[in-house]
Design a protein. Structure first.
Length: 480
């Protein structure tokens, strides 16, 4: 009983979010005094505040090892909550224009983000599955929530089918692992495999299936097919949630899976990771060359960036995880900025969809054009912007362990991808459009865009203290 109470005292943020889901339903159905979006923002800000005041000095195993909390998990949760808050702010005006019900959108978003938060702290394969499904089921609904859009329905169906397949693969891999180890708690599985000092075919198959399931969630090649279609069809704020909060949660739990229960198999999984990383980087860059649809292009960009992260994880050093966390932070800021800009750009009452629609943006909205150019330069990795700092640390992690072939592919894919990013900039500044961009009154999206651009610009000055702080975080891995 005492352990139960102590465990509950360490998950105030999660409990607060669960209570707020119920209160949002009651308020939205019965009282209707407050905008549901505002309830969602209060939920995420409140949960973030609880995480900050309860920030752990030491690591803790809760509920007999079902959950794990340390500095890495809490920082990751804060990043997820920040991204989710920005998504709700973006969705306020967008939902009104597309007649998307705000109450349902907010409730499903809170539930999905609660799943992400649980997923990050999972220390048991059943808790991992519950968190993953809570996150995924919410995302399936959000992808198809624009009921007047056939593309949204198609995106939701495609994401549901591929997500269900990955969940089945994860369950089968988990059952195999349980059959061979007799346990599902991360630490116990790790100890068993380390004592065995090797692997048999069954354990190897379980590891491969778990990796495949997680590769689906992070859009790594060759399990990426759903990504461009879902990005294209889903509502823009929902795509922002896919590209930021969901990616952060999936990457962090993937890292924890590899470095805790599967650490004894690192000589095997690092080879698979390097193959996926190389394919993801090259395919994301090459496939993006022919894309004219902006959201599909950002989908391929996401695939490529996941390749960067996977390649860094394959170094199997804990120092590389600090580089990944730094890159994830910059990646999140950049994507929030990009997706906050898209709803601001409309021509003849319709949102822009193609790169060619951006012609004349510099003339009609020079500030938007400048912000977009800065964000794209950051993704390319132009110094001294934040994206350059992130890629530099990833490269340093690879070179430090002589992973030169992956570092070379990272540089090569960045050079290839620079073409389609620069093509957007050329379209903005050097091509003209007969139709004029509309003047928008969505001040919140403008504020988000401004803040993210400033963060990307000043990150060169913040890099040293941020890197120093990240390097001191307790990662909670047995290989530290």
């Amino acid at each position: 009983m005492n352990e139960f109470l102590i465990s509950n005292s360490m998950i105030h943020a999660e409990l607060f979010m669960a209570v707020m889901v119920l209160l949002t339903i009651v308020e939205g159905v019965l009282l209707k005094y407050m905008n549901p979006i505002l309830w969602g923002i209060i939920t995420f800000v409140g949960a973030g505040y609880l995480l900050i005041i309860g920030f752990p000095v030491e690591q803790h195993h809760l509920f007999q090892g079902a959950l794990f909390i340390n500095q890495l998990t809490q920082i990751s949760k804060l990043l997820v909550l920040l991204a989710a808050s920005m998504v709700l702010i973006m969705a306020h005006k967008y939902n009104k224009l597309h007649q998307i019900p705000a109450l349902e959108f907010t409730i499903v978003t809170i539930i999905s983000v609660l799943g992400m938060v649980v997923l990050i702290s999972a220390n048991h394969f059943l808790v991992l599955y519950l968190g993953l499904e809570m996150m995924s089921l919410g995302l399936y609904i959000l992808a198809a929530i624009d009921r007047k859009s056939p593309q949204s329905a198609e995106a939701g169906l495609k994401y549901f089918i591929t997500g269900s397949l990955s969940s089945a693969v994860l369950l089968y891999g988990t059952s195999l692992l349980y059959g061979f180890t007799g346990n599902l708690e991360f630490g116990a599985v790790s100890e068993f495999l380390l004592v065995q000092q090797g692997q048999n075919m069954g354990v190897g198959m379980a590891m491969l299936m778990i990796m495949i399931a997680m590769a689906f969630k992070i859009s790594a090649v060759p399990f990426h097919q759903w990504t461009p279609d879902v990005y294209d069809g889903a509502p823009t704020p929902v795509v922002a949630l896919f590209a930021t909060a969901a990616k952060v949660a999936a990457i962090i739990i993937f890292i924890r899976l590899l470095f805790i229960p599967l650490v004894a198999l690192s000589e095997s999984w690092k080879i698979y990771l390097q193959i996926m990383a190389g394919l993801s980087m090259l395919w994301g860059a090459i496939a993006g060359l022919k894309q004219d649809n902006i959201k599909r292009l950002l989908g391929y960009s996401s695939i490529m960036n996941m390749g960067y992260i996977i390649g860094t994880i394959s170094t199997t050093t804990t120092e590389s995880i600090s580089s990944v966390l730094l890159f994830l932070t910059i990646y999140t800021f950049t994507n929030i900025g990009l997706f906050s800009l898209l709803p601001l750009l409309r021509i003849n009452g319709a949102y822009i969809q193609r790169v060619s629609d951006l012609r004349g943006l510099a003339k009609d909205h020079p500030r938007y054009a400048l912000g977009l150019m800065i964000l794209l330069f950051s993704i390319i990795g132009i110094p001294p912007l934040g994206g350059f700092i992130g890629k530099l640390f990833l490269l340093n992690s690879m070179v430090a362990v002589q992973l030169l072939h992956i570092a070379f592919i990272l540089v090569l894919s960045s050079v290839i991808a620079a073409y389609f990013y620069l093509r957007i900039i050329r379209t903005i500044y050097f091509e003209e459009n007969d139709d004029k961009f509309e003047q928008t009154t969505d001040c919140w999206n403008k504020i988000i865009l401004l803040v993210m651009v400033i963060l990307i610009l000043v990150f060169i000055g913040l890099a040293s203290p941020v890197v120093q702080y990240i390097s001191t975080l307790q990662l909670g891995f047995g290989v530290e």
